[in-house]
Design a protein around this ligand. Structure first.
Ligand SMILES: Nc1ncnc2c1ncn2[C@@H]1O[C@H](COP(=O)(O)OP(=O)(O)OP(=O)(O)O)[C@@H](O)[C@H]1O
Ligand SMILES: [Mg+2]
Length: 243
């Protein structure tokens, strides 16, 4: 059974996944700061990958690069066989909007909008179906995440766990193949953290999406299919969990 029914799984070129080759990100300045260096990483479709590492090791920086929220200063990132270096800003924005969903540690839901409107905003930006169809799909996603009674609430009227589930629901709004989450359980107690992590796990294992989660929690990371451990902006360990 799928957690959230795929709306547009057909017709998408699903070869390739995300391939980072020699990726480096250096902040320029009198004293350049290296955020990540020499990252070679291939993440295939349907994989559930945890990125771990000490604070400041470059986990968020790498996630933003993989998700096209930031650009490398050297190396390349390919998504489904497409080299993102040759893309203009509009093509990249469309790719992000339609194919990639982000979940952040601080939910970043828009506070003045209801939960369902937080899903409708990215849906409307992408377009392609009627408002009624978008509403129906948003309601289905919210129900899948057990938020059917929260649809009309504002984010400040939700519990922490509900807010993070709403953030995942928003990330799913445009039915992305890739879900990238930066410490999505960082502000939750262990029970809610486990629930939120379980949802991400199901999005990979049942829905076949590619899920990349940054986490400090090694117990949660052990549930991923693969772990990538960063130290000082480099991959210090990569392999199947339990290696
Ligand atoms: N705008 C910036 N200016 C200077 N240094 C920065 C900037 N952004 C990030 N850094 C540095 O880059 C390194 C990597 O940061 P990043 O946020 O990717 O780490 P992280 O592994 O996600 O850490 P945390 O677990 O604390 O979230 C850190 O040493 C950080 O201090
Ligand atoms: Mg971080």
């Amino acid at each position: 059974m799928r957690l959230v029914e795929r709306a547009n799984a057909g017709g998408v070129d699903r070869r390739g996944g995300i391939v980072a080759a020699g990726v480096e990100r250096v902040l320029p300045g009198d004293m350049p700061v290296t955020l990540v260096a020499g990252i070679d990483l291939t993440i295939g479709h349907g994989e559930f990958v945890a990125i771990t590492g000490p604070s400041g090791s470059g986990k968020s920086s790498l996630l933003y690069l993989l998700g096209l929220l930031d650009l490398p200063t050297a190396g390349s990132i390919r998504i489904d066989g497409q080299d993102t270096r040759s893309m203009d800003a509009a093509t990249m924005a469309a790719l992000r909007l339609g194919r990639i969903g982000f979940v952040f540690q601080f939910h970043f839901l828009l506070p003045e909008f209801s939960v369902i409107d937080n899903l409708l905003i990215p849906m409307r930006r992408k377009g392609g179906s009627s408002l009624a169809a978008m509403r129906a799909r948003a309601a289905t996603i919210l129900a899948s995440l057990e938020l059917e009674r929260e649809t009309d609430k504002r984010p400040d009227q939700l519990s922490g766990g509900q807010r993070q589930r709403a953030a995942i629901a928003r990330a799913l709004a445009n039915d992305p193949d890739y879900i990238l989450a930066d410490e999505p359980t960082g502000n939750l107690d262990s029970r809610n953290g486990g629930l939120v992590f379980g949802i991400l796990e199901r999005l990979a294992r049942e829905d076949g999406r590619t899920v990349i989660v940054v986490t400090h929690d090694l117990d949660l990371a052990a549930r991923a299919g693969r772990r990538v451990h960063l130290v000082d902006g480099r991959i210090a360990l990569a392999g199947a969990v339990g290696d």
